[in-house]
Design a binder for this molecule. Sequence first.
Ligand SMILES: [Zn+2]
Length: 94
Amino acid sequence: MSSKNICPVCGYDKLTEPPYDLLGYPSYEICSCCGFEYGFDDGSEGKTFEVYRAEWISNGYPFYVVSAKPADWGDTEIQNQLKNIEKVNYHPKI
Ligand SMILES: [Zn+2]
């Protein structure tokens, strides 16, 4: 598994591909965890990772794909997962 398959919004590390390629173009994958669509929520909607993340956390960080939600999803898990964001530094083109 590539360490680059990490969501820059929530730190989810099981994306099927990197959210942005080497040139910064988005995958348009929707994060199973926070529901952010790379290239749409930032491109079309104009939301930054930080704004979307803050809204998502204030909404109680709901897991987007319920069937993929870890059984122990909670405060500890979200804090650990957010640390993954430090491993990557994406520079979206749009
Ligand atoms: Zn995410």
